[in-house]
Design a protein around this ligand. Structure first.
Ligand code: SAM
Length: 309
């Protein structure tokens, strides 16, 4: 007698209404994010599409493997680089061979750390580089994973804020990295001041401004604590994306924002409403608080949209 054992594999998945399934599948393939080794799940009127890495709105599901296609080891994609959490050379070669868009597979040796929020990587397969190009909603970002922070998981946030920007706004990105928020918000703005403490981030940002023809973004190499003293402007919108220690800079941000202006404040929290009192005491009203991504059991990255009174 032959027994057929159905193997399931735990993977990230995105849930979409069935009628949008094919469009979403094509978009994920284009992005290199669909895990083609696993079968799409159907749940009533919805489909769950398997994706290679955690992304906004994704959850963990059990998928059936496609017969004849070995599931790939877990990894996250940033442009042409796949990031693995384990030192697995054979798995890295398998990942590299799975998509022509990949040029390198690396292993993240440690956590994001230090003031510059960077990580150390070891090359496992492919071209020995941590530099790559990420395409996001029509923008092209050169990133160097070892040199400056970049997270592809924030692309939905950049689009959410982009939709709120009104013509001729003055915008400040206090922790701008290689410029993804600044460049995404620039098209309708009068000026975006994009500041960061990391010289390598500013170098890459300059390349990105050129590449995206973002002529109204002013890169500033500065400690955010000094911005109030050196900038002659007050802003309609401020982005504060330094989740681990952003609260230390809230006091600095409020005087930089016009009355009626908005601050998008990202923070690592372990309770809903954790910063509401502090924000109120500084003269702000929280108009939205939501989870951006989970961080560890009981902790998540939240965004607070704050209107300055
Ligand atoms: N907003 C960017 C993005 O989404 O890719 C980068 C966000 S990253 C979490 C935080 C950034 O803040 C890093 O690039 C780091 O170099 C910068 N940073 C840390 N402390 C800073 C400070 N005191 N002043 C200015 N920038 C700082």
């Amino acid at each position: 007698m032959i027994y057929v054992v159905e193997m399931t594999v735990g993977q990230w998945g995105v849930r979409v209404p069935a009628r949008q399934g094919e469009a979403m599948r094509q978009a994920l393939i284009k992005e290199g994010a669909l895990d083609a080794t696993l079968r799409v799940l159907r749940d009533d009127e919805e489909l769950i599409l398997p994706v290679n890495a955690e992304r906004e709105g994704a959850g963990r599901y059990e998928f059936e493997a496609h017969p004849g296609r070995d599931p790939l080891p877990r990894h996250e994609l940033v442009g042409g680089i796949a990031i693995m959490q384990y030192d697995d050379h054979a798995g890295a070669e398998q990942i590299l061979a799975s998509r022509p868009s990949l040029h390198t597979v690396v292993y993240a040796k440690g956590e994001v750390s230090g003031e510059y929020r960077t990580r150390e990587f070891a090359i496992l397969a492919g071209k020995p580089t941590t530099r790559t190009e990420v395409t996001e909603h029509g923008h092209h970002f050169i990133v160097d994973l070892a040199g400056a922070y970049f997270s592809a998981r924030l692309s939905t946030e950049r689009q959410r804020i982009h939709k709120q920007v009104q013509d001729h706004e003055m915008i400040l990105d206090m922790f701008a990295g290689v410029g993804p928020f600044a460049i995404s918000l620039a098209p309708r703005a009068a000026l975006v001041v994009a500041s960061d403490l990391n010289p390598r981030a500013i170098e890459l940002m300059l390349e990105n401004l050129e590449r995206n023809r973002a002529k109204n973004v002013l890169p500033v190499l500065a400690d955010a604590r000094r911005l109030g003293a050196v900038l002659p402007w007050r802003f309609d919108r401020i982005v504060m994306n330094l989740p681990l220690s952003g609260t230390e800079f809230l006091e600095e941000a409020f005087p930089l924002c016009k009355a009626g202006g908005t601050i998008h404040f990202y923070s690592l929290v372990s309770a809903k409403g954790e910063h509401t009192d502090l924000i109120g005491a500084l003269g702000g009203t929280v108009i939205l608080e939501r989870e951006v991504r989970s961080y560890s059991p009981g902790q998540w990255h939240a965004v607070y949209d704050i209107v300055v009174n």
